[in-house]
Write a protein that binds this ligand. Sequence first.
Ligand code: HXC
Length: 517
Amino acid sequence: MPIAQALVDELKKRRETARAGAGLDKLEARRKKGVMTARDRIAELFVPGTFQEWGMHADHDCHHFGLEKKSLPCDAVVTGVGTADGRVVASFSQDFTVAGGSLGRVHAKKICDLMEYALKVGCPVVGFNDSGGARIQEGDDSLSGYGQVFFRNVLLSGVVPQIAIISGPCAGGAAYSPALMDFIIMVKGTSNMFICGPEVIQAATGQKCTMDDIGSPAAHASVSGNIHFVAENDAHAVQITRKLLSFLPSNNVMDPPHHPTPQVDLSVDPGMNDLVPATNKDPLDMYQVIARLVDNADFLEVQREWARNIVVGFARIQGIVVGIIANQPAVKAGTLDIDASDKSARFIRFCNVFNIPIVNLVDVPGFLPGVQQERGGIIRHGAKMLFAYAAATVPKITVIVRKAYGGAYLAMCSADMGADVVLAWPTAEIAVMGAEGAVKILYKREITAASDPKKKEAELVNEYRERFCSPYEAAAKSMITDVIEPSETRAAVAMALRNTLTKRETRPPKKHGTIPL
Ligand code: HXC
């Protein structure tokens, strides 16, 4: 006996209703405005036909105030598992057409179930956020739901990559779920993210501001540093997600997707020699160094617009996935400040926990001097970098390009801080401080007493630089592994990476260190 047709028809009808969200007309209206629906976003992420939906027949608890007679298809969130970028990914996508994508008890349960599944199978989570926040009608059930989501964000942290795409509003406490994930991508024009909106800020403090000031993608990308990427639209956000995934392992017990070339290519790149400016006062553009160092100049920069004095991102070097951390002398002379320290410390910890080797490109004159920096806690923030590098057990390869002065030299992962291989260009200057500063302190009297103080100072600076800052001086003391010509950098780093890839380093067992947060 075949199954009764009525049962099959009912299932079809229920599926259609669930897929229509708040109605096909509402979905179409969004598309006409150039905004994807929750299901469009899922479809964009996954290989067609691979998405297995979870909880399509979910609905809210109908005893809640104001929702007694309403049905909320899928409880305003589409969840499930599919294949993206050649691997299994768990995803949820909030449906703004249904009760503003608000989060109630069942909505939260669907997301939590999915996250627990991701934890068990070891697959990344990608969440599309488009929601008015806690479902007001469900009261403290919604609050509790957020708590359960946050708890799982933390359980998954460091086990599977978590990527948040902010496609619409993400207001109030709801913003903390993306903040607990690894990467946040905001979509231009449709998204905002804030704890207290402009009206609340004005009521509480009298300060006037606009949403653009506090919650736009531009504000978060360049001022607050809360987010990692800005996308032109939803499809672009998915493209960035796929690109990001292409560098990441699915979980913390896997290696990243390395595709090593069969043999190390040892050919030199004379163009790298041409990048060195005539004097150490002229800034070197680290982007050009990175472009020549990595495969096909293909570099996925993370947090490009924030703390631009340090550059971080993912690339491959002769097929090996790496996280790159580079000073950028073209911005604030490449000094390390509070934001640069926070940005790099977080990136180092992400690379370490997901087994991604780190390559450091050093041209750093020191920590940024200033009252604001001192009062803002540069000691605590700078210490995060030291802590993160020293705690990282992945392969760490450091290339000292030019300046490597003082505490900043250590903060950029010197041999003493655990670098496995340290390469230095002949232009490298490794010193407790810059020659100019050192000479002023050490030879103040001699300079003042000289018949031509300026000439005397210049002579002493030159002598100090040659004697104490030279890479050969550091090499003689085993502080660096080798001095290389810039043109040899790509080959030398590729070889060092390949040799170090099997590195195993064990540390004393402990719950966790007390990184100065
Ligand atoms: C229930 C909600 C809702 C919510 C929106 N809706 N937010 N329903 N709970 N939180 C419903 C609306 O009633 C409306 O239903 C539909 O979604 C679309 O909303 P509109 O306001 O018409 O849309 P729009 O003009 O685009 O404005 C979107 C919005 C606005 C900016 C998100 O809706 C808004 O400000 N919502 C409230 C945001 C908020 O304060 N959330 C904080 C809740 S407390 P109909 O039926 O008319 O279509 C919170 C604490 C969490 O989140 C703490 C966790 C730690």
